[in-house]
Design a protein around this ligand. Structure first.
Ligand code: C5P
Length: 227
């Protein structure tokens, strides 16, 4: 059985200012498995933001690619060339698109002589209630069948997905809220300990840490709760 990562914490650096991103990355890097660069920071500063964060910690690029297979293959190669640890595509994009992402990740990493990033599939956004959408477990199963390394999945679905896809599949869970904190716009939230207990490898935490008066203190508290 694949051991779970020793440190499960991924912090979403969801800010628009590069200086603020650097300060958060400096403070949080020692306490995290990865730092996440998502749409807000990327669309403010582009690849420069990824390079800046990657100098401080392994980076998960939450780029949620979803397009025709050729476009996703080429975009994935460009993401991998930046030297990132992990990035994602929408599982709803289908098998050919997911295979394209893997192929591009390999090609870009080889060209830049960097390790091949893990490629995850996004199942269903954790701000959705889930009604009327494909089931997260079936999307995860399709992602696994396409060769992806894992999926992003809500806490509510993580147990089903772990059961469907087995131990050797990376599960990253957003919508995590420490006991008693604000749920923001996330509909499907879970505490850190509950997410790990249900089978999460990684906990993706944003505002509960980045908006806190003491981000490092909250990060440490989350890590304590999961051990
Ligand atoms: O601030 P909060 O902890 O809600 O942030 C969660 C992060 O995870 C955000 O950066 C969001 O874009 C991301 N995310 C998510 N649901 C997904 C995939 C990514 O909330 N399915």
């Amino acid at each position: 059985m694949r051991p779970r990562p020793e440190n499960p914490l991924i912090v979403a650096i969801d800010v628009s200012d590069l200086g603020e991103a650097a300060a958060l990355a400096d403070a949080l890097a020692p306490h995290t498995a990865m730092l996440k660069v998502g749409l807000e920071l990327f669309w403010a500063h582009g690849p420069e933001a990824i390079r800046l964060v990657a100098e401080r910690a392994p980076v998960f690029v939450d780029c949620k690619l979803h397009d025709i297979p050729t476009t996703v293959e080429r975009a994935s190669a460009n993401v991998a060339r930046l030297g990132v640890r992990m990035f994602n595509v929408h599982a709803l994009g289908g098998e050919a698109m997911m295979r394209g992402a893997l192929e591009g990740a390999r090609r870009g990493a080889d060209a830049a002589r960097r390790p091949v990033p893990l490629v995850l599939g996004v199942t269903v956004l954790s701000s959705h209630g889930g009604e009327g959408l494909a089931s997260p477990a079936s999307l995860a199963w399709e992602a696994k069948g396409s060769g992806l390394d894992g999926v992003v999945v809500s806490g509510e679905d993580v147990r089903d997905v772990r059961d469907a896809c087995g131990e050797d599949f990376v599960l990253a869970v957003p919508g995590i809220r420490p006991e008693g904190s604000n749920g923001h716009d996330q509909v499907r939230v879970l505490t850190p300990a509950a997410a790990i207990e249900r089978g999460a490898d990684y906990l993706i935490v944003g505002r509960s840490i980045t908006d806190a008066a003491d981000p490092v203190g909250v990060a440490r508290g989350i890590l304590r709760a999961t051990r």
